[in-house]
Design a protein around this ligand. Sequence first.
Ligand code: ATP
Length: 276
Amino acid sequence: MLEIRSATKSFGDVLAVDQVSLRVEPGQMVGVIGRSGAGKSSLLRLVNRLVSATSGDILFEGRSISGLSGQDLRAWRARCAMIFQQFNLVNRLDVITNVLIGRIGTAGTLPVMFKHFSTHERGMAAAALDRLDLLPQALQRADTLSGGQQQRVAIARALIQNPKLILADEPIASLDPRNARLVMEALRTINKEDRMTVICNLHTLDAARAYCDRIVGMAQGRLVFDGAPEALTPAVIQEIYGGADDETVDESLTSTIVARHRVAGTAEPRVVQSAH
Ligand SMILES: Nc1ncnc2c1ncn2[C@@H]1O[C@H](COP(=O)(O)OP(=O)(O)OP(=O)(O)O)[C@@H](O)[C@H]1O
């Protein structure tokens, strides 16, 4: 279990994360929503220790990750794989090598730098690509793939880290509707099939409603909502997206694409409330 205890992160005068407390049980798929600048990325970066908390603590399976350094910190980062909006692939390398880069936290930098991968590791990478329907592209340069395919390569790279949780920071923000759906379905399938904990920053309400069991809303660094998608009432949405100016939120501006789809692993299509 991941437990965030009153975590605060300030950058100079800016309170990016303001005393956020959150417990995430294994196997949950949590969507974090909020306006731009609400602190969503900073929260994920605190968990991954890309930034360190100004105060508060973060525990995983009862152990504080706040003071980790050196090998212990690298091991922790391997356990909580991060997926970014811009994919962060090495364009000039082929797809399978990009996936194998996920071994860097476990195998160390030198074997990865010299591309010394075992047959077992290559098998893991191929299996991860196959799972994401990308095995035929394994030997293509990463930059020949579509954005959605590149993001699925990033997910495959995360998988071969054998993570305990996946942190996805706006994974669909750069994608067209079809690719956004494929990426979210891939994350949801991994969450269901592997009981993988996924925490996913999303700037669109409809994607959060469609794919997440639990939604956390942030505004001005604070956690202002934590509940099931069904509990996202207009008043709550106003609180999350409304900001200080009291402007009425036009929900269509927080929606993209996911009007109706079949959630992976469930029998019934789930109708997503959308302003469209
Ligand atoms: N490295 C940094 N240095 C200074 N300020 C930062 C830094 N990172 C984030 N901030 C500030 O912290 C606040 C929260 O930013 P953060 O990126 O966490 O929000 P967000 O909700 O993820 O926004 P977006 O959806 O636009 O990415 C913002 O005011 C931002 O300018």
